[in-house]
Design a protein around this ligand. Structure first.
Ligand code: NI
Length: 172
């Protein structure tokens, strides 16, 4: 398994709408495992393919409690139902390091997706899992959690990230 480098906002690759995956090839399998490895290394709970520069509809997640491990790989995930009940959660993103903001989203969702085994599934996601899958599917549609914030807050965060990227490139 290999660790992949995570793209930091702002970057045009994070704004693209990703393409559906038509066939689950060895490349997709390898990419899924590499993305999981990358996510665990970064202590994240979710990662979407565009965050590693691949514009394909693939998401990996693990929102289980510390000590447990329950990784989920979702190919072409699609929300088919959202609850009216909403929950507010302090979200972060591996592409927007060290920023956390409260975002309100439906508390539970039903998601249709394909597994690595090519099985079509439909599962209920609740609480943190529901927040996470909505956040990750947004990535597949070129949307970031800061897009839910007001323009002032959003541009402040974008400025901070530009500064961070400059500092990181100096270190290399
Ligand atoms: Ni994210």
């Amino acid at each position: 398994m290999a660790q992949l480098s995570i793209i930091i906002h702002p970057d045009p690759r994070l704004k693209k709408v990703s393409n559906p995956i038509v066939e689950i090839t060895d490349r997709i399998r390898q990419l899924s495992f590499d993305m999981l490895e990358t996510m665990y290394q970064a202590s994240g709970v979710g990662l979407a393919a565009p965050q590693v520069g691949i514009t394909e509809r693939l998401v990996v997640m693990d929102c289980s409690n510390e000590g447990e491990k329950k990784d989920v790989i979702l190919i072409n995930p699609k929300i088919v139902w959202s609850s009216e009940d909403e929950a507010s959660f302090e979200e972060g993103c591996l592409s927007i390091p060290d920023i956390r903001e409260n975002i309100t989203r439906p508390k539970s969702v039903i998601v249709k997706f394909t597994g690595l085994d090519n099985e079509h599934r439909e599962e209920v996601f609740e609480d943190l899992w529901a927040i996470c899958i909505q956040h990750e599917i947004d990535h597949l549609d070129g949307k970031l959690f800061i897009d839910y914030l007001g323009p002032m807050k959003r541009s402040l965060i974008t400025r901070k990230m530009k500064k961070l990227k400059k500092e990181l490139s100096r270190k290399l």
